[in-house]
Design a protein around this ligand. Sequence first.
Ligand SMILES: [Fe+2]
Length: 275
Amino acid sequence: MELEDTFSDVIGKAQRGLGLDDRALARKSGVGAEVLSGLKAGRFDEAGLGAVAGPLGLDRAALLALGKGAYPPPEGTDVAGVETFTSAFDGMRVNAYLVWNPATRAGIAFDTGTDGGPMLEFVGGRGIRVPLILLTHTHDDHVAELARLREGTGAHVFVSASEPLDGCETFAGDHRFKIGGLEVATRATTGHSAGGTTYVISGLERPVAVVGDALFAGSMGGGFVSFRDALRTNREAIFTLPDETILCPGHGPRTTVGHEKRHNPFFAGGAAGLG
Ligand SMILES: [Fe+2]
């Protein structure tokens, strides 16, 4: 699966998040307007890209690697009991996940994507029951098939009380769900959306966290509500998890906490800690 964001996307997200327009970024980085507009249009320029990293609070080495197409593919992200369902939305791709306990055949759906059919077929074919649907956030691409998935599974649907949605039950603060040998702990990852939630799952062979659009392999969701909160809550809620934790993002491939600590330009070693 391709990365969700290019180095140009990362620059744009950091600029918007920090409220830094092109003129201000050119001034702060010493990069000329022409090179900067080239970078934003996807034209790699090593000196220019290296120079904008600092003013954008990004890790220079990680940003350069992304620019060179050298972000290493995350490894060790397969685990029994986690399946990704990718569907199309507006020329983009969005992920929903099914997590189940292979012994008890109890499952939880995380988000719906834009086509619930494949997940319903998958659980039907394997005799997996799905009593619970948990939403990472309520942007259209993540909840588009909610009615169909709920109808097809009979599941209860939960979402953060900070981002209520018609017909869904809500939780507030740190909440735990337990079904069929799986335990899910909620952690608020606010910033991309008001009630953005990361779900930390135990009961599988490896720890797994479904992060929605809080974090992507090599990038993160835009900080539509608050970029600073998005950085801070990711640090507090996701980067404190064990390195081997498998991360399941709303867009792009799975990754791990350890991998993003090393290779995500927003969070790798040299990032400025602007949160
Ligand atoms: Fe989103």
